[in-house]
Design a protein around this ligand. Structure first.
Ligand SMILES: Cc1ncc(COP(=O)(O)O)c(C=O)c1O
Length: 392
């Protein structure tokens, strides 16, 4: 049977991983500055994470949500402590799209409305409502199309104010990534987020912070919206939550009243996923990874800003992006195949860095040295090519 060919893949077979490194089947070591798409939070195969999963696996991996699953409550308690959102409620799912799907649905149950405000270049996942709120026509199937989602320009306070002034009482929710990931590492201003918060309060609209990529400690605070000093009504989480074990969830403000049957899932919140997620939070706390993300992220960003060839270095904590000039468009490929370093991209010319929150200075310096070397090499080749052309 053929695999359904939807991914443009690199011909590399990773068979082992530890911390910020992975190894292929030929024994080649790679530095992971991408965390498998922002998923690796506490480092690959962290010993405590492995131990917790192994121990849980020997006890019970799964039973349905029709019974008491105490490890869900343990996870909720730890999340309250680490996130600081002590009076919120937790609903567990398996992925980011599912988290957003449930958040948008819950908002609509809550205020009985249909309209959703999303933003240009947003990415919220590939299921029906999540993809409808994603600003990429090529992944929206005809069946997903809906008039219920309106896209407004990101960081444009006036546009949001105007929309609310005209239609505020119809808007069920606003969904926003405080730092757009797939969209190219675009950081929302604090005033933009605060304006949305205020408009949502005035119109009984639900503020949904999609923290699937930018949350869970990645920016140095637990949620990226925390930098703006605001609370969302619903936070959606996935990626870093399980450090590679599939789990997602939504944090729900106290004003939302649960009702039996309102939301549900077969696999969400299973014993094994909760064990993985619990280990992640314990390590985040014990190893002070929020501080690490803030400090090492700042160091990395400052060093990147000193490299002339890189344009518009931006981000927060360990969610960093920069633009490449046309002459360096092969940089990511060269870093991967020559220096053995994984980085991420956003179309058309953005490099995304999303390493583990546990990454150290040594690994960051290794990356910076390789990056500078590769840029110097590529610039020399460019110069030679330019002068050759001139001669001709
Ligand atoms: C901000 C954001 N939301 C939602 C998703 C969807 O998550 P998943 O792929 O786990 O469904 C992603 C995935 O990249 C994302 O970056």
């Amino acid at each position: 049977m053929k695999l359904f060919d939807v991914y443009p893949i690199n011909d590399i077979n990773i068979i082992r991983a530890e911390g910020s490194y992975v190894w292929d089947d030929k024994g080649v070591q790679y530095l992971d500055m991408y965390g498998g798409h922002a998923v690796i939070s506490i480092g690959h195969t962290h010993p405590l994470w492995v131990k917790r999963i192994e121990e849980q696996l020997k006890q019970i991996a799964f039973y349905s949500n029709s019974i008491r699953i105490p490890i869900q409550q343990q996870l909720a308690d730890k999340l309250a402590e680490v996130s600081g959102k002590k009076d919120y409620q937790l609903f567990l799912v398996n992925s980011g799209a599912e988290a957003n799907e449930n958040a948008l649905k819950l908002a609509s149950f809550y205020n009985g409305r249909k309209k959703i405000i999303a933003f240009n270049k947003a990415f919220h996942g590939r299921t029906s409502l999540a993809v409808a709120a994603t600003d990429n026509k090529s992944i929206v199937a005809p069946v997903n199309e809906t008039d219920n989602v309106v896209f407004l320009p990101y960081n444009d306070e006036e546009a949001v104010k105007q929309y609310f002034a005209a239609n505020g009482n119809e808007v069920s929710s606003v969904i926003i990534e405080a730092i757009q990931g797939v969209g190219g590492i675009t950081v929302a201003t604090n005033t933009f987020l605060q304006t949305i918060r205020q408009l949502c309060d005035e119109h009984n609209t639900v503020f949904i912070a999609d923290e699937v990529q930018c949350g869970y400690g990645r920016t140095g605070k637990f949620f990226s919206t925390d930098h703006a000093g605001i609370d969302a009504d619903i936070y959606t989480m996935a990626k870093g939550m399980g450090n590679g074990f599939p789990i997602g969830g939504i944090l729900i403000a106290p004003k939302f009243q649960a009702k039996h049957g309102m939301l549900g899932t077969t696999f969400g919140g299973n014993h094994l996923a909760c064990a993985a997620a619990l280990a992640v939070l314990e390590v985040i706390e014990e190893e002070n990874l929020l501080n690490n993300a803030a400090e090492n992220g700042e160091y990395l960003m400052n060093e990147l800003r000193l490299i002339d060839a890189l344009q518009n270095v931006r981000g927060k904590g360990l969610m960093i992006g920069f633009d490449l000039p046309a002459a360096l468009k092969e940089l990511r490929k060269n870093l991967l195949h020559k220096s053995h370093i994984f980085t991420g991209e956003a179309k058309p010319n953005v490099v995304r860095l999303l390493p583990a929150l546990s990454i150290g200075r040594r690994e960051i310096d290794e990356f910076l040295n390789a990056l500078k070397e590769e840029i110097a090499l590529m610039s020399n080749i460019q110069n030679v090519e330019v002068s050759d052309t001139t001669k001709a």
